[in-house]
Design a protein around this ligand. Structure first.
Ligand SMILES: Nc1ncnc2c1ncn2[C@@H]1O[C@H](COP(=O)(O)OP(=O)(O)O)[C@@H](O)[C@H]1O
Ligand SMILES: [Mg+2]
Length: 245
């Protein structure tokens, strides 16, 4: 299995809310996508985390906009006057990440209510598992679309890969739930722990890691991602918010 590949045909506009300066583009399949660039600040590893985490969460029943790979010819941004964007497009020639654009969605700020105790606990457990530090009230990286919550922006998760901290260290790295948008759900996390841990099988992890294109990953690193995530699954008492079951 692999992610579908499309080609960017028009650069529409930059999205300046985020730090990585993603853009909205049109694809040759008539789709509209948020493009996340391999040439942005954190480099292709942020895209590796987007694919592994986004596809894992989707398979565990969470709403994540569809992910595709997108070929970029920097020439499509020729008429874009901003020098910073021109440079980013040129650095990002080739394969980038396309996130299905959710038209009319807005950033979750709590005003629309919360998705319920169990849903919040599941999101909190999963963010703790992948060490996602990017789901705070300041920056929820949750979109409300047709009254449902959609999870975006997993590029800061799996941060062990920036320096390749050891699997043992990552396995027991604590997670600071107090900064998480759903920190109120800590008491309910123990109830979803066993079920989520059982659902994350080695073959499920292998499947999502296999979706990362060769262009973004070093040979041999797929096994390291698998090893780190399996080790963390084994050390739940160290990081599950409120404690593992
Ligand atoms: N699939 C999407 N549909 C609609 N808007 C999106 C989508 N993905 C991102 N956005 C908007 O773009 C902003 C930046 O995207 P994000 O993935 O969070 O990038 P960054 O890594 O720069 O924070 C989001 O805060 C949101 O407003
Ligand atoms: Mg963001």
């Amino acid at each position: 299995m692999s992610l579908p590949v499309v080609t960017a045909t028009r650069y529409v506009l930059p999205l300046r809310e985020g730090g990585s300066l993603p853009g909205v583009v049109e694809g040759n399949d008539l789709g509209t996508y948020v493009i996340k660039f391999h040439g942005a600040g954190q480099g292709p590893k942020a895209l590796v985390a987007e694919v592994i985490v986004g596809e894992l969460f989707r398979r565990l029943g969470l709403r994540v906009p569809e992910l595709k790979l997108i070929q970029l010819d920097p020439a499509i941004g020729r008429s874009e006057p901003d020098f910073e964007i021109q440079e980013l497009l040129i650095r990002s020639a080739g394969l980038n990440l396309a996130v299905d654009f959710l038209p009319g969605s807005f950033g979750y700020d709590g005003s629309a209510g919360n998705p319920g105790d169990e849903a919040m606990a599941r999101i909190l457990w999963l963010d703790a598992f992948v060490a996602n530090v990017d789901r705070s009230w300041r920056n929820t990286n949750l979109l409300v679309w047709h009254k449902n919550l959609w999870l975006i922006d997993h590029g800061a998760a799996l941060y062990f890969h920036h320096s390749w901290m050891s699997a043992e260290k990552f396995a027991s790295l604590p997670y600071d739930a107090s900064d998480h948008v759903f920190s109120v759900a800590v008491p309910g996390v123990a109830k979803v722990d066993a079920e989520l841990a059982a659902a994350i099988t080695p073959s499920l992890l292998e499947e999502v890691i296999a979706l990362v294109p060769d262009e973004w990953i070093e040979p041999g690193d797929r096994e390291r991602y698998l090893g780190h995530l399996l080790a963390r699954l084994d050390q739940r008492s160290a990081w599950v918010p409120g404690g593992a079951r």
